[in-house]
Design a protein. Structure first.
Length: 368
């Protein structure tokens, strides 16, 4: 019996979103464990499930790892009292957490997680929507997430959330410019004369079968990475929260499930950001520079597809660890330092980097 392709897409989308949400919940556990490791603590090691926790050796081992901790954390967000203060603008107050989370989950549709090679040699991307303007779509949709933060700050009708919302909007404007310009050298190289023009993330990853773009465009990689921290509101760029100054920033008035949506949204943006950096600069699913799965003899079939997804996931998890490591290592910037870094350092540097690589790529095209 033939299955409707639309139904297959919905099933695939549900699986991908479920995996991302599960990954976000365990990213919280990973961050708690990494922070405890950095600070010389043990971290979550008490929560146990009634049946599995009683299994000899394995149950105690999993309990000490804290594997079950996301379960009570999620239940806590679901069942705590949902307080809506009387002074808030209720419609926008309720919509803000949804607007903060949905863009991160929407951008997943254009992110390829691997590839499948048929016996005939046809390369099929493992992605929900293999659109030619995938990178443009990703930047356009992911930038909408800040509207949730701004709405949360404004609708709370409170000083501290309002300041957090203003900071978030200013930070987004400051760093999206440098982020966009830092990617342009990659697009110029991929769309150079004689090549088929594309903004497809799969094609950009496939173009890194030799040099990874992080190797010969290191300035672009560093600028994009710094801007990624700023766009995801992670330390040392969490100006919108800034607990030491603004209590909890834009979500000061939030509790229960709505606060949980903001929490998951932050980690969802971090997951998607790690995936995008892996695709743009770390070779996607290529195991090493100048080494492809085809060269190792794992190009075709299910095994090659599983390996490609595994390699991509490993790089993505490495980026997630880097996010968490930086958070618990570096102190927070002052607000004026964040603005200075964005406008006076990263933006001019990204423009200079673009000019240099444009000249260099033009020189290569005329000589080769």
């Amino acid at each position: 019996m033939d299955v409707n392709p639309v139904i297959l897409k919905f099933v695939y989308a549900a699986i991908v979103v479920s995996v991302i949400m599960g990954l976000c919940s365990y990213a919280v556990l990973a961050e708690r464990k990494i922070s405890s490791w950095i600070q010389g603590r043990v971290g979550p090691n008490r929560t146990s499930l009634p049946l599995i926790g009683g299994i000899p050796l394995i149950g105690k081992f999993l309990t000490r790892l804290g594997i079950y901790q996301p379960v009570p954390d999620g239940l806590k967000f679901l069942f705590k009292e949902d307080v809506v203060p009387a002074h808030v603008n209720k419609f926008y107050f309720i919509m803000a957490p949804v607007i903060a989370l949905v863009p991160a989950l929407t951008t997943v549709v254009v992110v390829p997680f691997g590839r499948f090679v048929t016996e005939a040699g046809e390369v099929i991307p493992l992605v929900l929507a293999n659109v030619n303007v995938g990178l443009l779509f990703l930047f356009a949709i992911s930038s909408l997430g800040v509207y949730g933060v701004v709405l949360a700050g404004w609708s709370s009708n409170s000083k501290y959330p309002f300041l957090g919302g203003i900071r978030a909007s200013a930070q987004m404007i400051s760093y999206e410019l440098a982020m966009g310009v830092s990617v342009l050298p990659i697009l110029i190289w991929v769309n150079a004369p004689g090549r088929e023009g594309t903004l497809n993330l799969f094609d950009i990853a496939q173009a890194q079968n030799g040099f990874w773009f992080a190797m010969w465009m290191p300035v672009s990689a560093i600028i994009f990475l710094v801007c990624l921290f700023a766009e995801t509101n992670r330390l040392p760029f969490d100006m919108a929260e800034s607990e030491t100054e603004l209590v909890s920033g834009f979500h000061t008035e939030y509790s229960s499930f709505k606060f949980g949506l903001f929490f998951v949204g932050e980690y969802a943006h971090m997951v998607v950001g790690s995936c995008v950096f892996t695709l743009l600069f770390l070779g996607g699913w290529n195991p090493m520079p100048f080494v492809t799965l085809e060269a190792l003899g794992f190009g075709e079939g299910i095994l090659g597809a599983i390996l490609s997804v595994g390699i991509f996931s490993g790089k993505m998890c490495g980026m997630m660890f880097f996010f968490m490591w930086i958070r618990w290592t570096l102190p927070r910037f002052r607000y004026d330092q964040v603005m200075k870094l964005g406008w006076k350092i990263l933006l001019p540097l990204s423009i200079a980097n673009l000019v240099v690589y444009t000249i260099f790529i033009f020189y290569l095209d005329t000589k080769l």
